[in-house]
Design a protein around this ligand. Sequence first.
Ligand SMILES: O=C(O)[C@@H](CO)OP(=O)(O)O
Length: 236
Amino acid sequence: MAKLVLIRHGQSEWNALNLFNGWVDTKLSDKGIEQAKHAGELLKQEGIAFDKAYTSVLTRAITTLHYALEEAGQLYVPEEKSWRLNERHYGALQGQNKAEAAKKWGDEQVHIWRRSYDVLPPMLENYEKEVEVQGNTYPAFDARYADVPYGELPLGENLKVTLERVLPFFEAKIKKDLEAGKNVVIGAHGNSLRALVKHLENISDDEILNVEIANGQPIVYDLNTDLSINDKKTLK
Ligand SMILES: O=C(O)[C@@H](CO)OP(=O)(O)O
């Protein structure tokens, strides 16, 4: 039986400021670093020996994974990064304050944008405009996205679209490791992990609205060879 551990990054500087992060590459806050180290201590206590680690191309997930693995004494574990594990792209909401957005558009609308399965957030208009506004920080000019075809860079994503780009990577890489009995840890984000949890646990489009993933609390799945779930627990 294989273990699959999902770790949402520790608190980011923008989480602390209550801003929509999405694909903006924010760093961990001091609290986030502590949360990441604590996640590693919990994994050490759990005694899981990892065969493979996966993470996104965003700094807050990568550093969380590294702090956690270091604390667990397993920083040597082979690791692979993919943009497909990135946080959902939050479109035109990126950089906005969540409380101010709720005042402007109403609590219910903002909750739907944040947690619904298939409602898109307000989208960025087009690449050309974003290149004008964001200049060299726009993903089209960012080396980490060099392998993403220009037309496929998102202008905003809901959970459904996020799942559709997480799944091919899960199926091609992570699932194969798990089927081979390997223990896998994924360091990623609130919504890329919600997408994965929805898939693994077969959660309905309606029920996923109530699923939250906390910063730095490892979710440990004990999986059967057909990837059905034998046991699940969250370490705190
Ligand atoms: O800002 C974001 O990118 C995400 C996670 O930090 O926010 P939310 O919880 O609103 O989906």
